[in-house]
Structures are given as C-alpha cells and as structure tokens.
Design a protein around this ligand. Structure first.
Ligand code: HEC
Ligand code: HEC
Ligand code: HEC
Ligand code: HEC
Length: 433
C-alpha cells in the first residue's frame, strides 16, 4: 500500500481543482498483492492480513479496477473461493473490480474474476452531458521462470493463465459492442503490449506495468495509446484523455506525478494505512514468536550454530573498521524499519540485516545480534574466520555485492563511485569492476 495516502490525496485535490468537472478513473495494472512467501501452497497469516487490507483500501478509496498478475493468484484463490463468496464481496466490494480476461480456476472450488468492468461517465466539458461507456479489461502474462523467456509457469495456486492474445480475440469484440472506449490493463513487457495493440483495433488505451520504465512518453500502436506505469508506487501515472467537440478522442497525454513530500497524506487514507500496518505487524510478531519458539524447541539453528558471528565479535579485533561502520547508515538499518513499523516484515528485513535466508538473521526475537547491515552482509559468514583469523576471508566483489541490496527500486541513486567513499574502511581500495 506504499503511497496510498498520497495517491488518494492527489486524486482528491485534482477533482477539487477541476471543480469536479473532469471525470477520473483510478486503475491498477496488476501485482497488487503480496505472495513473496507463497510456498507449500500456503500464504502466511501476516501476508493474508496485508493483502486483506489492500482489497479493503482499494475499495474504500475509489479504485475503479485492478488487473491481476501471476503473483496475485495465490491470494486471488482466497478471495474467489466459492464458499462464502457473497459474504466476502459484501465485506470487500472491490473483489468485483478485479479484472482478468485470461486467468481461470483449475478446480470447482474457485470462481474466475470478471474479464472486464464497464463504467459510464458523463462529460461536463467539451460535450456537456455526453455519456461515454468505458470498458476496462485485464490481461497478464504467465510467469517467466529463469532467463529463458519460453520457460513459464502457467499454473499458480488455484488458477491457470491462458494465452493473453487468444483471450483478447475472444473478449474484445464482445466488449466493443457494449462500450465506446476500451482500456486494457496489461501486466506484461512492452513488446507484448505492442502486439496486443497491433492485433486488436478495439483497444483505445493500454496501461501497462512490469517493465522498468522512466519515460512519460506514450506510444501509439494501431489505434491504441500505450502508457506504462512508473516502476514504483512512489509515482502516480496520470493519463489525460482529451475529447473533441464531436465526442471523439483528440489525444492522450501521460505524465508521472512524484508522490513526494510536496503531496500531503490524505488523513482518512493514513488512518487506514496505519491500522493496516498495526494489524499486520501484530500478525508478524505473533508469527515470529511462533517461529522462534519452534526454533528453540527443535533447536534448528540456534544463534551459536549460525555461520554468522555478528559485528560485536568482529569489533574485538577490527576496532577501527568497527568505528567507521558504526557511523554509517548500515549500522542503523533496522532502526529505519522500526520507524516504519516494518521490522517484522520479511519483505523489507532481508536487505536490512545479515544473512537473511542464509542461516543468518531470522527475527528480532531469535537473532537480534544479526540485525542491521553488518560486516558479514558484505564479507560473508565470518564465524570460522573469527575463531581462526587468517588472510583470504571475506573479499567482496564490488559493485556487484552492493547492488544485491542497492537495487534500482530501493536505491535509485546508487553509484559505486559516490557511495563507496561514504562507507569506505580498510587499507585497500575497492576498485569498481
Ligand atoms: C580474533 C580476531 C579476529 C576476529 C574476531 C575477526 N578477525 Fe578479521 N582478521 C583478523 C586478522 C588478524 C586478520 C588479518 C590476517 C592477516 O593480515 O594476516 C583479519 C583479516 C580480515 C579481513 C581481510 C582478509 C584479507 O584477506 O585481507 C577481513 C575482511 C576481515 N578480517 C573481516 C572480519 C569480519 C567481518 C569479522 C567478524 C565476522 C572478523 N574479521 C573477525 C582477526 C580477526
Ligand atoms: C545487505 C544489503 C546491503 C549491502 C550488501 C550493501 N548495502 Fe548499503 N545500504 C543498505 C541499506 C538497507 C541501507 C539503508 C540504511 C538505512 O539508512 O537504514 C544502505 C545505505 C547505504 C548508504 C547510505 C548510508 C550512509 O551511511 O551514508 C551507502 C553510502 C551505502 N549503503 C553504500 C553501500 C556500498 C558501497 C555497498 C557495497 C560495498 C553497500 N552499501 C552494500 C543495504 C546494503
Ligand atoms: C532489495 C533490498 C531492499 C529491500 C527489499 C528493502 N530495502 Fe529499504 N533500503 C535498501 C537500500 C539499499 C537502502 C539505501 C538507499 C540509499 O540510500 O540509496 C534502503 C533504504 C531504506 C530507507 C531509508 C531511505 C528512504 O528511502 O527513506 C527506508 C525507510 C527503507 N529502506 C525502508 C524499507 C522498507 C519499509 C522495506 C520493505 C517494504 C524495504 N526498505 C525493503 C534496500 C532494501
Ligand atoms: C557495505 C559493505 C561492507 C560492510 C558493511 C563492511 N565492509 Fe569491510 N570492506 C568492504 C569492502 C568493499 C572492502 C574493500 C576491500 C574489498 O574489496 O574487499 C572492505 C575492506 C575491509 C577490510 C580490509 C581488507 C583489506 O585487505 O584491506 C577489513 C579488515 C574489513 N573490511 C572489515 C570489516 C568489518 C570488521 C566490518 C564491520 C564492522 C566491515 N568490514 C563492514 C565492504 C564492507
């Protein structure tokens, strides 16, 4: 739900500025739920709670439709269970605005999302009173596995992902007969969106997501205008559609609105986001306590057996490196998450600690000594070295080792040449490769 409060505030301000005269649609091209830890067919309770808040917040704050992608499917299976479906829709009406023309259930216990929704808007400018029926349809690619693009996972959770191009041929003529304007939400790389536009003249606009995209320029392919979402929730894509006096489309202009501190948080949305955070932090607390008691009882990997020693141990012999490190942001990376109340969110934790998922940090309850980005986050597990120190341990390949965490998404300004001096220590120069 990153950026929700600012997105909502921007939208409200926009409606206000335009005297409520410009109809707005608020859509999401997909990948809205969290499935990072979908293993053994089960979504952990904290992730369930997070996803539940996403459906609720999207409904509460006027989203008109959201597409789903392969990562959304595990949670989709929870929302679209036939059992108690009506009750769930009553609680979360947004369920009926989740669209996909090419995912379908593989069993009888689940329902399919609708392929499209139709919204009617009335123009106040241009041609006052003119009504336009807008169809919003969703398409997604199957999930690529590994570098070979032909290697794809088509079944995930309770759903199968059909070929989006065949689905388009099936659904679009029908939708065209019911609407004046068609928006396709497409979770797929740009070349696939272009093909979608080339093969389907019914489409007026494609709003895509999936590829890192930093350009506001739209593309025109066949009849469609293609705009891609910025690669993160820190920006809102705003596509303005200008209508001529005869009701036809004049042009479509895209821009990205940076959701930075210039845009205030919407108080109502903040309240929801805060409640949601508290809710899933509680779940995560519960879960991390359960896991740590499990670890204690089965002594899977107690701290003493971890291959990671922790910075206190390194400091005994490497005092000067320690003193430099202590003054860097790396030493406070967990405090940063605590300020955000996300210290139990493993999606965040993995880059803000030592050796997550590799026998290092597990949780603040069971392995507090491995919180923060410490020596061993870069130099690798150092217990053996601490016990019998010698040369040859811990040489780090830069900048490759840095960008494991300093990804374009989480550290957009990363540049080894400017970053290394801020954390430099040791005698040697770490030359960029
Ligand atoms: C008991 C003392 C001791 C502890 C504890 C210790 N080191 Fe060392 N470390 C040394 C010594 C001594 C050397 C230098 C060996 C040499 O130059 O011959 C060294 C070398 C290194 C090197 C350079 C290796 C090389 O080939 O030049 C790195 C990196 C390093 N230590 C990191 C760590 C980290 C990280 C920890 C904590 C996990 C740690 N050390 C814990 C004593 C220690
Ligand atoms: C295990 C993940 C991880 C690795 C590996 C990593 N970083 Fe970081 N880095 C972080 C995180 C997380 C922060 C943010 C810390 C905070 O402020 O909470 C950060 C912050 C920084 C900062 C800004 C904080 C400051 O002290 O000014 C610099 C500079 C930096 N890293 C440089 C590097 C360089 C250079 C490398 C490679 C040699 C590197 N990092 C490797 C996770 C990592
Ligand atoms: C892929 C690794 C990675 C993940 C995952 C990650 N972070 Fe970070 N985070 C970083 C790095 C690297 C920095 C330092 C960025 C810089 O200074 O360039 C950072 C910096 C930060 C900062 C301080 C800088 C800022 O943008 O204000 C906050 C707050 C933060 N992260 C919170 C989070 C939260 C919350 C999550 C989970 C939703 C998360 N991080 C997930 C790597 C990560
Ligand atoms: C952000 C990643 C990062 C962190 C955190 C980090 N180091 Fe390093 N360290 C490096 C890099 C890069 C070098 C340069 C030499 C190299 O390329 O390995 C280096 C060099 C060293 C050296 C000197 C090796 C030599 O041959 O000169 C020692 C000793 C060392 N680090 C110990 C530590 C200790 C102890 C800590 C924790 C207090 C620590 N480092 C934290 C990345 C890191």
């Amino acid at each position: 739900m990153g950026g929700l409060a600012r997105r909502v505030s921007y939208l409200k301000a926009f409606k206000h500025r335009s005297n409520m005269e410009v109809p707005t649609l608020f859509v999401d091209a997909g990948n809205i739920f969290s499935d990072e830890r979908f293993t053994a067919g089960q979504i952990p309770t904290d992730v369930m709670s997070k996803n539940k808040w996403v459906v609720k917040a999207y409904g509460d704050f006027h989203h008109d439709a959201a597409n789903v992608n392969s990562a959304d499917l595990p949670y989709l299976g929870e929302l679209f269970k036939k059992e108690d479906f009506d009750k769930r829709v009553e609680e979360f009406p947004f369920i009926n605005k989740l669209v996909s023309a090419n995912v379908r259930p593989i069993d009888d216990a689940h329902l399919a999302p609708v392929p499209y929704v139709i919204r009617e808007i009335t123009l106040k400018r241009g041609v006052p009173g003119h009504k336009i029926r807008i169809g919003i349809v969703g398409f997604t690619e199957s999930m690529p596995i590994g570098p070979n693009p032909d290697n794809r996972e088509t079944v995930r959770g309770a759903y199968r992902i059909d070929d989006p191009f065949e689905a388009a041929k099936r659904v679009l003529p029908e939708l065209k007969s019911k609407t004046d304007f068609i928006i396709a939400l497409a979770y797929m790389p740009i070349d696939m969106s272009q093909r979608l536009a080339t093969e389907n003249p019914e489409i007026d606009t494609i709003i895509g997501a999936r590829q890192i995209n930093n350009t506001e320029d739209v593309q025109s392919v066949n009849r469609a205008t293609i705009a891609y979402a910025y690669n993160q929730t820190k920006h809102l894509g705003e596509l303005r559609v200008y209508v001529k006096a005869d009701g036809s489309i004049e042009n479509q202009v895209n821009r990205f609105v940076a959701l930075d501190s210039d845009i205030p948080d919407d108080p109502a949305a903040v309240e929801v986001v805060t409640t949601a955070h508290n809710d899933f932090t509680n779940e995560q607390n519960k879960r991390s306590q359960e896991t740590s008691s499990l670890i204690q009882s089965t002594s899977l990997l107690g701290a003493a057996e971890s291959p990671f020693a922790g910075v206190e141990t390194c400091a005994v012999c490497h005092q000067s490196e320690f003193e430099i490190w202590e003054r860097t942001g790396h030493a406070h990376a967990m405090a940063t998450l605590e300020r955000k109340k996300q210290q139990f969110d493993t999606e965040c934790v993995r880059c803000h600690v030592v050796g997550f998922g590799k026998g290092g940090f597990q949780s603040l309850t069971s392995t507090p000594q491995l919180a923060n980005v410490q020596c061993e986050s870069c130099h690798g597990p150092g217990r053996a070295h601490s016990e019998s120190p010698a040369k040859g341990y811990g040489l780090m390949v830069t900048p490759i080792g840095c960008v494991a965490c300093h990804t374009p998404v989480n550290s957009p300004d990363f540049n080894f040449v400017t970053y290394w001096p801020k954390v430099r220590h040791g005698a040697g120069e770490a030359a960029p490769e």
